[in-house]
Structures are given as C-alpha cells and as structure tokens.
Design a binder for this molecule. Structure first.
Ligand code: MN
Length: 227
C-alpha cells in the first residue's frame, strides 16, 4: 500500500555532542508552574492543581530565527526547561517518573498573548495563542545520563542583553516527577514526548530584531533572533 500523499516528517531534536536525533511525539506544556509568574498573570499560586495544554510537534523551531507570527500584536517569550521522555505509559508513579526521562533541553513557549487572553475571556481553547508555527524554539537535548536530573539551578532569559526573566528550577510549584505522574493519569505518555515545565516571572513582548538568549544552569543555552 502506498501513501496517497507524502507522509509528514517526524520533527526531531539534535542531541548535544553527537550526530544523533531525538524524534518528537507530542509536546505537553504546563501552565503557571512558578508562583511569581502565576501572580504576574493574575492568579493565586496556592489554589491550582497543575494544568496542561499542548503544542504541535511540528511547532518546534530548531536552530533558526523566530518569524514574528501573523494575527498578533503581542507575542511573548516564556523561557522553560523541557523534559524529553524515552519511555512512557499510563499511571506512572512519582517514584518511577525520572526513569522515563531521556534528557533535558532549553525551550521557549512563544505565546500570542492577545489571542490567548481573548480565548481565556471567552472560555475557548488556547491553541491560537500557543500552538502556532515556530512557537516552540528548542535547543539541543542533553542526556540525563550526562547531567543527571536537574532539580535546582538558575533559569533565565535576556532580551538584547538585558535580563528579563530569572528564577530557579527549585521554585517549580509542581516538580518534574509530579508533572510526569499527573500527566500520565490524563494521557498515555510515549517515547518522544516533550514536557515544557513552565516559566518563571518576567514574561513580556518581543519585537522583530530582538535577540532572545536564555538558559538553564546545568542544561544549556538557547539563542533565537526574532525576525
Ligand atoms: Mn509556558
């Protein structure tokens, strides 16, 4: 049997220091996972269980400039730690969660904040605000076999050389094992899944010409031009 159209390519992240690729299955994102960011968005960090949305795997932007997207005048940066799964399942316990992780990367959850805000107000889905083309710039994956499982360390973003976001991984409201366990109660996780673990405070708008330079201590850095 032949495909009637060419099958879509499988998006893949480079693995740092090798010629290898990590094929991406789904991209899950966590909302409001740092208290200071939750407060800046107008919510109470003590009252919310973790919640999730998705981006499309082909929204990944790897090693290229970020083209300012259409239909928005308020596109925001959100620097995040990405977790990549090498195995999955449903009903994963907190204690088993880390054993499913292949590695980590530095990512941006680019957001059309104006469209997201309209969606929130109208009780509509978030895809138009979150899951658009190139909305997930991501750096190379670093295997956990090399760096372990970072639970603390600075996460930061500079825009044109000025520090705009800074937090510490230990400020995550829901820790990585809790996120994996909770997600696996909602979805069957699979090898190739990415989880973006939320952003610290300081999110703000980008304009064409901005240089976004961020990093996570112990994981790596990410450099993206807005064009
Ligand atoms: Mn985010």
């Amino acid at each position: 049997m032949a495909y009637v159209i060419d099958p879509p390519k499988c998006p893949a992240l480079p693995v740092r220091g090798s010629g290898d690729l990590f094929p991406v299955h789904r991209i899950y994102c966590v909302g409001r996972n740092y208290a200071a960011h939750t407060i800046e968005m107008g919510y109470d960090p003590d009252k919310e269980p973790p919640f999730f949305f998705q981006k499309n795997p082909d929204n990944l932007l790897i090693g290229q400039d970020f083209p300012y997207p259409p239909a928005s005048g308020n596109v925001h940066f959100e620097i995040e730690l990405a977790v990549a799964l090498k195995s999955g399942g449903a009903g994963i316990s907190i204690g088993d969660s880390l054993s499913h992780i292949y590695g980590y990367a530095v990512a941006l959850d680019m957001t059309r904040r104006d469209l997201q805000g309209e969606a929130k107000k109208a009780g509509r889905p978030w895809e138009v605000g979150k899951a658009f083309e190139h909305s997930a710039p991501c750096g190379a994956l670093v295997p956990a076999s090399e760096i372990g499982h970072p639970a603390a360390g600075t996460i930061w973003l500079d825009v044109d050389g000025t520090r705009r976001q800074e937090g510490d991984l230990d400020q995550m409201i829901w820790k990585i094992p809790e996120l994996i366990s909770t997600l696996s109660g909602l979805f069957t996780l699979a090898p190739g899944d990415l989880i973006l673990t939320g952003t610290p405070a300081g999110v703000g708008p980008v304009t064409r010409g901005n240089r976004l330079h961020g990093g996570v201590e112990g994981v790596g850095e990410l450099d993206v031009m807005v064009v």
